[in-house]
Design a protein around this ligand. Sequence first.
Ligand SMILES: Cc1cc2nc3c(=O)[nH]c(=O)nc-3n(C[C@H](O)[C@H](O)[C@H](O)COP(=O)(O)OP(=O)(O)OC[C@H]3O[C@@H](n4cnc5c(N)ncnc54)[C@H](O)[C@@H]3O)c2cc1C
Ligand code: FES
Length: 270
Amino acid sequence: MYPVLQKKKLAKDIYLLEVEAPEIAKKAKPGQFIILRINQNGERIPLTIADKTKKSIFLVFLVVGKTTELLSCMKKNDKLLDLVGPLGDASEISEFGSVCLIGGGLGIAPIYPIAKALKKLGNRIIVILGAKTKKLLFWEDKFQAVADEIIICTDDGSKGIQGFVTDGLKSLMQKERPNRVVVIGPPIMMKSVAEMTRHRIKTIASLNPIMVDGMGMCGGCRVIVGEQVKFACCDGPEFDAHLVDWDDLMNRNRVYLDEEKICKGGCKHG
Ligand SMILES: Cc1cc2nc3c(=O)[nH]c(=O)nc-3n(C[C@H](O)[C@H](O)[C@H](O)COP(=O)(O)OP(=O)(O)OC[C@H]3O[C@@H](n4cnc5c(N)ncnc54)[C@H](O)[C@@H]3O)c2cc1C
Ligand code: FES
């Protein structure tokens, strides 16, 4: 059992959960994730390790369905039944020169540990954070500590550039060309960033297909990369964004929409 050490609301429908898990915290590297189960009847869901201490890991999640809603209702000292991890390959952390990390919506959280590790190696870090509106932005203070430059984009113009993260990237590319781009967010956003950087900047995306076991056995997380079938849980979750078949990923993620609607509901957010 894994005790919840704290739960915090970061923005509307976005929560942070700190969970005691010293063994996972010891091994976790940027880009890796865990799979959790709240209780015996619960489904297994993957969440990225967004930060850690020596004895705990931080998960940041958006309430989209039944399990994330139940998670949002957990309180300090409640316990998660299972936590498996760290899973997946870690991000490539090297001396790239300058790296632009793009986080859209919930993708803001998983780019943080990658930015932090890249900064430690002396890379110039440019962070582009995108959200529908300024109220949905979070962790700007944490990014201030690791980024050389932060570009904010909001759909409604309530903060920063009015527009999508691709507008932020466009304004950046008018003045400098980073050596690498890392993008995490909704597949449509990652696809748009990949189109902008194609043939110009090596771009890495973290894919979010439906996962079940997280260990390469069920085939649930099948994605097509460079016309080959890969399993995001053990061959990824990060891949060359220019080789990903984005339409296949988006189609597969819609497969259980009807069942997800039936399951929704469970508790009132705490
Ligand atoms: C490697 C990886 C890391 C992720 N990291 C985060 C994160 O840090 N924070 C975050 O908020 N979300 C993250 N996700 C997505 C998160 O797993 C889903 O939002 C969650 O599973 C939704 O479960 P639900 O029961 O609340 O919603 P449901 O109603 O069951 O589903 C809503 C949507 O979530 C996705 N989803 C559902 N079940 C799964 C599953 N087992 N595996 C993957 N996606 C699923 C589907 O796209 C679905 O349409 C990550 C996904 C992957 C693959
Ligand atoms: S989640 Fe089962 S193979 Fe990847």
